[in-house]
Design a protein around this ligand. Structure first.
Ligand code: AMP
Ligand code: MG
Length: 323
């Protein structure tokens, strides 16, 4: 048992409870892959549809290799380059990985989180851990321990506090098809397409979803409504210099609650869900989010724009929501 841990993961799982663990992306609701009862409990507590597969979190590359049928040299290379870190690799699954975890697919998603507490939990856990975001299905992902405690009962979930999440949005996901040497861009995150291309051998190719479309066919969890605040959210790409979030009951500028959002994409990602949470809790009926001009052409914003495309009820370009 490491001093980073205030809990004994095996004892928590033995008692039939889940662990909410901090990672660098968001807090995850964790259960060992070899505990079907606890894996089922994740779907139940989150209200997550069975068609939405879970990411398996590992504490070592060796553990990842134990979950797959094939581990191509490129998977080893990407793991060495980006793990621990916010990159999920989807590969043909080993037989012992259950259909419940993969939502019936022949592939499994794998990631080694870059957080000392998550790694400490993984090191002492009886098996790799599935760990989807520790929130209710379609709602905002949690980036602080108190976001999790506000939703789940301590009788069901042991929340381990590891401070605020450094990345703040979910991992980049890529699918590796060793048969066709194809990499599929399934979900954008902090690790960009350019980061991945820089590591690809010449005989592999990166397949992007058709412009303007979700990566839906290969990523069943990528439904449109996701990452949602409770209030309606209007996103605008605004010429106004400051990006800001406001909530307003009357629509009058004087009544807005304005929360500054950084113009830097990584910093904005780190604060995004907290800002939406604050706006949800403020007075008023709706939320507006201003993004800086040029964000659509800047690859660093891809992850944030992807989450907002699912979270927003309305998008307006070049027009302020209240002007
Ligand atoms: P999260 O809800 O952030 O834990 O991420 C889980 C997401 O990973 C799912 O919603 C899917 O989009 C993706 N995913 C997990 N397993 C697979 C898989 N076998 N194939 C494709 N995408 C997957
Ligand atoms: Mg989630």
């Amino acid at each position: 048992m490491t001093s980073l841990l205030s809990v004994d993961p095996a004892a928590v799982f033995d008692s039939g409870r889940l662990i909410a663990m901090p990672t660098e992306t968001v807090y995850g609701l964790a259960a060992p892959i070899n505990r079907p009862d606890l894996v089922a409990r994740i779907f139940e507590l989150k209200g997550r549809p069975a068609s939405n597969p879970l990411i398996v979190h590992v504490g070592s590359t060796e553990q990842a290799r134990g979950c797959v049928r094939e581990w191509p040299a490129l998977a080893q290379h990407l793991a060495e380059r980006f793990w621990p870190g916010p990159l999920t690799l989807v590969l043909p699954k080993a037989n012992h990985i259950s259909d419940v975890i993969t939502a019936g697919q022949g592939t499994v998603a794998l990631r080694m989180p870059d957080h000392p507490v998550a790694l400490a939990i993984l090191r002492v856990s009886p098996a790799p851990l599935v760990a989807p975001s520790a929130n209710l299905f379609t709602r905002l992902s949690p980036t602080r321990a108190e976001d999790v405690s506000a939703v789940f009962d301590s009788a069901d979930v042991e929340v381990v506090d590891g401070g605020p999440c450094r990345v703040g949005i979910e991992s980049t996901i890529i699918g590796l098809d060793p048969a066709t040497k194809t990499l599929r861009w399934l979900r954008p995150g902090l690790i960009s397409q350019a980061d991945i291309r820089a590591e690809m051998p010449a005989d592999w190719r990166l397949e992007l979803p058709p412009a303007g479309q979700e990566a839906a066919p290969d990523a069943p969890g990528q439904m449109r409504e996701h990452y949602r605040p409770i209030k309606s959210l209007t996103v605008v790409v605004s010429e106004r210099p400051a990006s800001a979030i406001f909530a307003s009951a009357t629509g009058e500028e004087a009544s807005w609650v304005v929360l500054p959002l950084p113009e830097d994409a990584a910093a904005a990602a780190r604060q995004l869900y907290q800002a939406l949470r604050q706006a949800d809790q403020a007075d008023g009926e709706r939320i507006g989010l201003r993004l800086p001009p040029g964000c659509r052409d800047d690859p660093a914003w891809e992850g944030v724009l992807n989450r907002l495309a699912k979270a927003a009820t309305d998008w307006r370009d070049e027009c302020d929501p209240v002007s």
